[in-house]
Design a protein around this ligand. Structure first.
Ligand SMILES: NC(=O)c1ccc[n+]([C@@H]2O[C@H](COP(=O)([O-])OP(=O)(O)OC[C@H]3O[C@@H](n4cnc5c(N)ncnc54)[C@H](OP(=O)(O)O)[C@@H]3O)[C@@H](O)[C@H]2O)c1
Length: 286
């Protein structure tokens, strides 16, 4: 299949293109330098010339705090950009897979959110990502919407990288312990996304690594597998003043994967171990 991937210079898009290449698909990886998704005419022209079988849309405005100061810019990318892509997919009859987020939920309670639970985003980022979902559902029939959370991958910045960087400068770090969710390793997610677009099992899914943890647990596990002796102090979210309220409960119910015959991702601790090894290999130039 010929598959366009947006956000190829970000964390997820990078690994999706590698996975497509591994499986012998024709991957067309693009980012803002090749195509600004907010430019509707450029998006149309691009899809008319490439005529892909599918799109895996990983590009987004992901600066969650900054989005509160520039909601229009964030909306233009996450909502309007996604709409432009959905319209173009419809025109060339391509399947579309749109990546969304746990931030569409309000984070109340302590049970996993079902795919059909009430949408109640707490932030501009969450709202605009949901507006993107709504456009996809309105415009297309052949779509996948995949909500993920706490992403880490080799091609970009993320929480784990930040923790390892901090460990070079100090031996104690305070990390919030009252937000619970699941990390998502892009190298584990990419094969699932490719399997989805190879199928016709359209719909809305949640997909993360298995198991739940707090940011404090994630930091502690990172230092443990990296062999670093760090003192990790658990603190509440109030300890870090922020422009946005982050969901306290980001647990996602992944039963839609089972119901459609897709395999779940490995446990989050296993993912952290492999990711730290991947970072070490990158550092050593392997
Ligand atoms: N990161 C997380 O923790 C997380 C959690 C839940 C869901 N998600 C979702 O997962 C997906 C992948 O996230 P990620 O962490 O891989 O994101 P990322 O590393 O921030 O990559 C996103 C890419 O999109 C590009 N982009 C921004 N505006 C664009 C535009 N107008 N036209 C074309 N490309 C544009 C960015 O370019 P610039 O860097 O030049 O702006 C960047 O290369 C996104 O849909 C995100 O909303 C992420």
């Amino acid at each position: 299949m010929k598959i366009v991937v947006t956000g190829v210079r970000g964390q997820l898009g990078y690994d999706v293109v590698l996975e497509l290449n591994d499986r012998g698909h024709e991957a067309v990886g693009i980012d803002v330098a090749e195509l600004d998704i907010t430019d509707a005419a450029a998006v149309d022209a691009f899809f008319e010339s490439v005529r892909p079988d599918a799109l895996i849309h990983c590009a987004a405005y992901t600066a969650t705090e900054k989005a509160e100061d520039e909601p229009d810019v964030c909306r233009k990318v996450n909502a309007e950009g996604t709409k432009n892509l959905a319209v173009a997919c419809k025109r060339v009859n391509a399947k579309m897979l749109y990546i969304s987020t746990d931030y569409v939920f309000d984070g109340e309670g302590d049970t996993p959110f079902d795919i059909n639970d009430k949408i109640a985003p707490l932030s501009v980022y969450g709202k605009t990502k949901y507006e993107g979902e709504a456009f996809v559902r309105e415009i297309l029939e052949n779509y996948f919407i995949v909500r993920i959370s706490w992403v880490f991958g080799i091609n970009g910045k993320n929480f784990i990288r930040t923790m390892l960087k901090l460990a070079e400068q100090r031996d104690t770090v305070s990390v919030v312990c009252d937000q619970i969710g699941s990390p998502t390793y892009t190298k584990d997610l990419a094969p699932l996304l490719v399997s989805m677009v190879e199928s016709e099992k359209y719909g809305t899914y949640h997909a993360t690594n298995e198991g739940f943890c707090s940011w404090h647990d994630l930091a502690s596990e990172t230092f443990r597998v990296a062999g670093l002796n760090m003192n990790v102090i658990p603190v509440s979210s109030d300890a870090f003043p922020s422009k946005i309220k982050r969901p306290e409960n980001s647990r996602l119910d992944k039963s839609a994967l089972d119901e459609n015959g897709f395999s779940r991702l490995p446990d989050w601790k296993d993912a952290v171990k492999r990711y730290v090894a991947e970072l070490k290999a990158q550092e050593n130039g392997d």
